[in-house]
Write a protein that binds this ligand. Structure first.
Ligand code: ZN
Length: 133
């Protein structure tokens, strides 16, 4: 399963108040504050309606390298995948794309990623504030 453009909010980034930040379209329940990705209109826990929100960053909770291609994979091996914790409430499994080593607990941000078949999906990379000399 891949998440294509409908679930990826491609915005103007920092300083552009006319565009939302780049991130994943999630839903947030007004009743119990549960988060869901992909977004859904009704909370599965309490039945309340949800609001759309954008998740741009999270914390890396774990990761591994994929060394052998699973059937139908659209990413060239080897590649890394990680579990990212969003706002201490939601875990999202995603591709990791980064030039610098990542560690558990690092802040990561959503970035667009072009799959081998041309579709656009999301990946996580080290947050810009974590990258530096
Ligand atoms: Zn709820």
């Amino acid at each position: 399963m891949s998440f294509v453009l409908a679930d990826l909010v491609v915005g103007g980034g920092e300083g552009d108040i006319a565009m939302p930040p780049l991130g994943l379209r999630i839903s947030r329940c007004d009743g119990c504050e549960r988060l869901e990705f992909p977004s859904i209109p009704t909370c599965p826990a309490c039945g309340s309606e949800t609001d759309l929100d954008t998740a741009s960053t999270g914390v890396l909770g774990g990761f591994t390298s994929v060394l052998h291609a699973p059937p139908g994979v659209l990413v060239e091996i080897p590649y890394d995948i990680g579990v990212v914790l969003i706002r201490d409430k939601l875990c999202i499994l995603g591709l990791l794309v980064t030039d610098s080593p990542l560690a558990i607990g690092d802040e990561v941000e959503v970035t667009p990623y072009r799959l081998g078949d041309g579709h656009l999906t999301f990946a996580f990379r080290a947050s810009r504030q974590d990258v530096g000399p």
